[in-house]
Ligand binder design. Structure first.
Ligand code: GUN
Length: 362
């Protein structure tokens, strides 16, 4: 802002100086014939100094006000194309809270989520805590089960089966990644597909790919919700997804295709990745590399969804997209943090209520 203020001050000072000097010269010329030589010189000097000082003051204040307004406009423009998932998530959570209040008022059982965490992976512990907090926020029941790092695959599967049969539990989520000695697929396969609020059971994956109703993984579902809120036209548009994981890349590509986008999935082996991404009207980035996507990847006016959560050298959270580098070139972008992340947990809550409603309506 300082540079702008200085620029405006100089410009305004020049304009005011010319006006003031012109005016002073005019007044002086008009009165000089009525004054003796000394008086007229004094009047000339005092007049110039006073009016010039006044001019500088007016120029400075005006320049400052203009610069402040320009900055505000700039900030508003920048804010307008940053899509805060945290705000959308809050809105959705308020709606769900009301839904649960209605259930509570009718003295019925509240929807309940069970989260199973094996071991102490710090990121997983933090995610699970976030899920527990979100459940409490909206009045959703939650059951957190924390197992020892050395828990066997058999023991974990036994617990999953127990949860499958527990009538008080509507949704089950086994936090990933699991310790290396446990086969993830074996565990996910044992979750009752009707309680699979994570959408990772092969039956739900199949439903998604067949375009049938089922549970959709939370992050991709959150991304689609954000695109909807951004009023992004998906039908007929070119979408590029960077990343092919079962949690994000694959399902979001499928969801975009189900909405009639023409979808390309890029990954670590893709050649000419920049050129491919540059064709995207919608670019979803889930590659797990800090600030990987720069303006060279981005088509002018594209919608960019940043799924990455990385820590930079200073320990600060940054996305997979170099936000400051691309912001001027995009129609809209999600920030990190406060972008996609809050939507993921919100969709988990939504899926749990859906599982509850499915069960209660039988
Ligand atoms: N770990 C990181 N994200 C997720 C998620 O969405 N589901 C599960 N189960 N584990 C995760």
């Amino acid at each position: 802002m300082n540079k702008k203020v200085v620029r405006y001050a100089i410009l305004w000072f020049s304009v005011m100086a010319i006006i003031v000097l012109g005016f002073t010269a005019y007044v002086y010329m008009s009165v000089k014939d009525f004054l003796d030589e000394t008086t007229s010189t004094v009047v000339l000097i005092v007049g110039v100094v006073v009016i010039l000082a006044l001019g500088i003051a007016i120029a400075g204040v005006t320049a400052f006000i203009i610069a402040m307004n320009k900055d505000k406009e700039g900030d508003e423009k920048q804010m307008a194309n940053v899509i805060y998932g945290s705000e959308v998530a809050k809105e959705l959570k308020d709606q769900m809270k009301q839904e649960i209040e209605v259930i509570q008022a009718s003295h019925k059982r509240v929807p309940t989520l069970c989260v199973i965490l094996v071991g102490n992976n710090p990121a997983s512990v933090s995610y699970v805590t976030g899920k527990e907090r979100a459940c409490a926020e909206i009045g959703l029941g939650s059951k957190m089960i924390h197992l020892d790092e050395n828990t066997s695959e058999e023991k974990l599967i036994e617990l999953v089966e127990e949860c499958n049969h527990d009538e008080s539990i509507d949704g089950i989520l086994v936090q990933l990644p699991l310790p290396n000695h446990i086969n993830e697929k074996n565990v996910l396969l044992r979750i009752d597909p009707d309680k699979d609020v994570d959408g990772l059971h092969p039956i739900n994956v199949g439903r998604l790919h067949l375009g049938e109703d089922g549970f959709v993984p939370c992050t991709p579902q959150g991304i689609m919700e954000l695109l909807k809120r951004m009023h992004v036209q998906i039908n007929g548009k070119r979408a590029v997804v960077i990343g092919r994981s079962n949690l994000v890349g694959n399902p979001v590509a499928r969801l975009l295709m189900n909405e009639n986008a023409t979808v390309t999935i890029c990954h670590s082996k893709t050649e000419n990745i920049e050129a491919i991404c540059k064709q995207a009207d919608i670019l979803v980035v889930a590659i797990g590399k800090a600030k990987y996507v720069t303006k060279d990847f981005v088509k002018e006016g594209a919608f960019v969804i940043d799924v990455g959560v990385n820590r930079n050298e200073e320990g600060k959270l940054v996305g997979d997209v170099d936000f400051d580098n691309v912001i001027e070139h995009v129609s809209a972008i999600t920030p990190v943090p406060k972008g996609v992340g809050p939507m993921t947990i919100t969709m988990l809550l939504k899926n749990t209520i859906k599982a509850y409603n499915n069960k209660e309506s039988i």
